[in-house]
Design a protein around this ligand. Structure first.
Ligand code: NDP
Length: 308
């Protein structure tokens, strides 16, 4: 007989661990599948300085460990495994992990989103050192330095404009001369004295020395000519991708795969809740994800109560 858990939490960033903490304290005996790479995007962030309660800042992996330890203290059970597929067609819901079936009365999805990376030579080594996908998280480390931002959408414009607070110079590298960014955000970036925009340029290789990032090799896709650009920081803003493939279309999402809430944090499937970056196209902060994880656990608890 397969045990039916009252709640299974899928994913383990700040949203998942906070949902786990609240569900555990509500005696729901939550089971979490944290993923093989537990902790989510913050495992790639060197220092978190904008999460209230850490006046000296805290490392991303360290903070995830603290959140996990706190939730486990109240009884959250965590398995560092990936969920392969789910069946949300009837209750109890079914969740498959390494071929084994688990059943749950409710599910909280906190699988987050992955920033899209360029995937060019030298990137893996410099991730979280000089190359980042979050200016809000890492911008302050580049005070009076030269940084580049890759992309031509609103995210790139926003990141570049934000980075002018710290960096001496910000160069936006965009592969075309047509921008997806809204006019207002593009014009703001163009008008900023610290921002230069280079169009028809694509990063093909990251350059570094033993201290970290030193620059990028950029190519003009029209004729293949290359040049080197110096920078100690680089911010890739070419879009995010929510981690929802394992759901195989069983909850309603927007056209990009972000889960849509139907009522509070409940998805289109009653009993299935979602929190954090897997629903959030706007804020994408650890603190907002944690807050939403709390909401999802409370919503799940109240919904389960309403079923009896
Ligand atoms: P977008 O999809 O709008 O833009 C992505 C950009 O990255 C495009 O310029 C694209 O180039 C470029 N790009 C994609 N892949 C590559 C690649 N492999 N190499 C080089 N460049 C690449 O994503 P955003 O994250 O900017 O925005 C997502 C959504 O969020 C949008 O709806 C946006 O309006 C919204 N948003 C709103 C904000 C606000 O209002 N404050 C702030 C941030 C985002 P190309 O144009 O050639 O395809």
């Amino acid at each position: 007989m397969t045990t039916t858990h009252s709640v299974i939490i899928i994913g383990s960033g700040p949203a998942g661990y906070t949902a786990g903490l609240y569900a555990a304290r509500a005696m729901m005996e939550p089971l979490m599948f944290a993923g093989y790479m537990s902790g989510g995007q913050l495992m790639l962030t060197s220092d978190i300085e904008n999460f209230p309660g850490y006046p000296q800042g805290i490392g991303g992996p360290e903070m995830m460990l603290e959140l996990r330890t706190q939730a486990e203290r109240f009884g959250l059970k965590v398995q560092d495994k990936n969920v392969e597929k789910v069946d949300l067609g009837s209750r109890p819901f079914k969740v498959w992990v390494e071929g084994q079936e688990f059943n749950a009365e409710s599910i909280i999805i906190c699988t987050g989103a992955e920033a899209t990376w360029l995937g060019v030579e030298g990137e893996e080594e410099q991730k979280g050192r000089g190359i980042s996908t979050c200016a809000t998280c890492d911008g302050a480390f580049f005070k009076n330095e030269e940084v580049i931002v890759i992309g031509g959408g609103d995210s790139a414009m926003e990141e570049a404009t934000f980075l002018t607070r710290f960096a001496e110079k910000v160069t936006i590298i965009h592969r075309r001369d047509v921008f997806k960014a809204s006019k207002v955000m593009l014009e703001r970036a163009k008008a900023h004295p610290k921002i230069e925009i280079k169009t028809h340029r694509q990063v093909t290789k990251w350059l570094s020395d033993e201290k970290g990032l030193t620059g990028a090799l950029i190519e003009d896709p029209r004729d293949g000519s290359t040049e080197e650009i110096a920078c100690t920081g680089a911010f890739i803003a070419i879009g995010h991708k929510p981690i929802t493939e394992f759901l195989a279309g069983q909850v309603v999402t927007d056209s990009e795969g972000y889960i849509l809430h139907e009522e509070h944090t409940m998805t289109s499937v009653p009993g299935v809740f979602a929190a954090g970056d897997v629903v959030d196209t706007r804020y994408r902060q650890a603190i907002t994800a944690a807050g939403m994880g709390c909401q999802a656990a409370i919503d799940a608890e109240r919904w389960l109560e309403s079923q009896h």
